[in-house]
Write a protein that binds this ligand. Sequence first.
Ligand SMILES: C[S@@+](CC[C@H](N)C(=O)[O-])C[C@H]1O[C@@H](n2cnc3c(N)ncnc32)[C@H](O)[C@@H]1O
Length: 228
Amino acid sequence: MSLETVYQHFYRVPRHSAELLSDRGGPFGFDIHAALAIDWLIERYRCDAIIETGCNRGDTTQFLAECYPHLPVLTCDILPEYTDYVRRRLGPFPNAVVEQCDSPLLLERIRGMFERPLFYLDAHWYEQWPLTRELAAIDRGVIVVDDFDIGHPRYGFDSYDGVACGPKILEPFADRFPFYYVNNPGAPWPLPCLQVDRLAGRAYLLAGLEPDYMRFNRWFARRQNPAG
Ligand SMILES: C[S@@+](CC[C@H](N)C(=O)[O-])C[C@H]1O[C@@H](n2cnc3c(N)ncnc32)[C@H](O)[C@@H]1O
C-alpha cells in the first residue's frame, strides 16, 4: 500500500470502541505511525495473512480488512458480545474471519497454514493474560505486541499481576528472539500522529523470517533481549 492509501483508509474508520478503550479507539489506538509501520512490514515481508488477537469492537479489524482486501484477516475475542458485534460490522468484508475463542487456541489452530503471516497481539485485560501462550504458539511470522514498555515516558504499556508487558516477558524466549524492535518515538514520520492523549509502546519480533529489514528503517529501534 502507499502512504496515501493507508492515510485514506485510516481516518475513515469509525471509532466504535471509543467508550471502552483508554485511547478512545480507532485503528491501532488512533496512532497512524503504527499503521504505517505495520503496512511497511506487510509489504517488506510480503505477508500472506494478518492475524489480530483481541478485536474488541473491531476498529483495527475494519481498517485491516479494508486496506488489505487481498489478504485473509483473522481475528478473535474471548467475549461473544465482541465477536458477534465484529461479525456484523465486517459483514461486507469477505476476507475477514472472526472467531470467538481464547487467542492462543486460534494461533495453534492456524499454525502452518501461512508462509509469512503478520500477527498483531492485542488480547488482554482479564486475569488470564494470554501473551506468553500466544508467543509460544507462533512458529513463524512478523509479530507486533501492543502496549509494550518501550522505556519512554510518553508511551503507555500494560501490566498484569505486577508484571509489565515489557522486556522481561521476552526473557524466556531469548533463544527465539535474541533481539527485537520497538517503535522509535524520535523517528522522522511522514505524517503527524493525531492521537494526542494515550500512545502505546509496541514490540516487533521476527519468528523464522529473514532478512532483518527493520535494522535499516529508523521507524524501529533495536533492543537486545535482556536474557540474550
Ligand atoms: C485492547 S482490546 C483490543 C482492541 C482492538 N485490537 C482494537 O485495536 O480495536 C483487548 C481485547 O482483548 C480481548 N481479550 C482478552 N483476553 C483475551 C483472550 N485470552 N483471548 C481473546 N481475546 C481476549 C478483550 O475482550 C478485549 O476486547
